[in-house]
Design a protein around this ligand. Sequence first.
Ligand SMILES: [Zn+2]
Length: 449
Amino acid sequence: MRSLSTRALGALTLTGWALSAAAQVQPPQPTAVLFENVRIFDGVSERLSAPSNVLVAGNLIKTISIAPIAAPPSMTLSRVQGNGRTLMPGLIDAHTHIMFETLTQETMLVSDLAFIAVAAVKGANDMLMRGFTSIRDFGPAFGIKRGIDMGLVPGPRIWPSGAMISQTGGHGDFRLPNELPAAPGSFHFTERMGASAIADDADTVRKRSREQLALGATQLKLAAGGGVGSDYDPLDVTQYTVAELRAAVEAAQNWGTYVAVHAFTPRAVRQSIEAGVMSIEHGHLLDDATVKLMAEKGVWWSMQPFTDDTPTTFREGSAKRIKQIQVYDGSDASYALAKKYKVKLAWGTDVLYSADKAAGQGKMLSKMVRWFTPAESLKMATGTKAELLALSGARNPYPGKLGVVQEGALADLLLVDGDPLANISLIDDPAKNFLVIMKDGKIYKNLQK
Ligand SMILES: [Zn+2]
């Protein structure tokens, strides 16, 4: 009893501290914002609307009208003059690693967690300032998500998966060769920091899955095949058995959510689909039959537009660089297959270990016009992407409509100085072209002041 009440007291104190800290950090916000005279890209339609007015009340889009909208009584109203500019949904990235985005891998492996977290806090703010209001994150982002949601620091909404669950020698095994064999019960630094979780049988996969769900995972991530940034696994290898993958799928389904897997090859993907996996991350080396199967099963293809001009952090000629080129070479064929079979396609960046690459997040989206129209590309990062986030079901931390400019939707909005449907490269330079950035009804950037 005594320890329970001490713990309860501790929790209360913590909550009180957090609330007062949040109150200090957050500027007072108007309770309603009226965007006047904007053309709307709504995340669904491929054309801009007629000049319109959009009223945000609290954290929701309340009214959209071509007629003037009266100020709501009993609400402090601030106005944003659109002057015919474009209002669009905040951008959504389907594949991020917010904790590992900007520091090099070498720095990460020898740094303490506080330093890594400080870099990630800055990265989260930078990401919001690039217009990204939602991310599906594959890493230990529980703490940073909590801080952002409490208003301690600015950043996007986060759907965290926590540690990547991996077999020994798999894509999530970052132990050095001289650390193998590992002593029973020992955990490597990457496991202690929550980046990876090594599990080599179905029961351990189940346990590691349940741990991530307990910590707040909104979906699980497993490594089901070889990866670029890991030392032990060639791209062609398949990781886990169907039974092992199924253990994670069952744990996720019992929690009301789903499993995403890292996989490039047909064999790894087919095995994952057989186990009930709902999202394939990467998949740049797939064949016709496998993509057709994905379409039939309604499995999402979360791909990244890697091409030979994508900056690399790997040394030329190194094993990782050779694997990376193999993946990059697969992008053109992959997008062609995705179109051919009309697979549910999600756009994402998968930036790791590079502040320069992170800064180019918008460019990774605008380059999609190599394969798609600007409207198709922008929808992939807004309206249709929200359907993928909704797969988290009961574990979705932000219920409500996202990725669209519609009455009743959550107010994540960008005011763009120009028409991104006509000139998608506007999103390459968010500092200049995103005049207003709003998340959850709050304005985080306003160049119109
Ligand atoms: Zn990744």
